[in-house]
Design a protein around this ligand. Structure first.
Ligand code: ZN
Length: 134
């Protein structure tokens, strides 16, 4: 398949402390922050040679990221693959028996349509498919 890693998502408690931390780590400023109402999250992006890192913090104490951190702590949250045709890819994965966490693509950060694949189907890793909205 024509998959390219678009970004790696990292769950953090606070962008206020994690943005400067990743700026020190990568030696680069974050190039943007963006709130995603559909997921109740605040995000910050870093670019490293074409691959992005997305810090994700919860805007809602009962949101998915808050729950993830309560259960597992901060850390690697998802790997996102850019696909040329998200609907075709969702169809293909459904036929392969994967459980999709949303039946239709949602508008995610970075002007992209996104769909998540259940982590239990991928060795515990949450997979995000994304396609740039035209
Ligand atoms: Zn993501």
């Amino acid at each position: 398949m024509d998959y390219k890693v678009d970004h790696i998502g990292i769950a953090v408690t606070s962008l206020k402390t994690s943005i400067p931390l990743y700026e020190r780590l990568l030696g680069e400023p974050s190039y943007k922050t963006e709130q995603v109402p559909s997921e109740a999250v605040d995000t910050a992006f870093f670019l490293q040679n074409g691959a992005k890192i997305e810090l994700v913090a919860s805007l809602d104490p009962n949101g998915v990221i808050a729950k993830f951190i309560a259960k597992k702590g901060e850390g690697l949250h998802h790997i996102a693959f850019e696909v040329p045709d998200i609907l075709a890819e969702m169809e293909r994965l459904k036929k392969e028996g994967f459980i999709l966490l949303n039946e239709t693509p949602k508008l995610g950060a970075d002007n992209k349509w996104v769909c998540f694949v259940h982590p239990k189907d991928a060795n515990g890793v949450l997979i995000e498919l994304c396609q740039t909205k035209k």
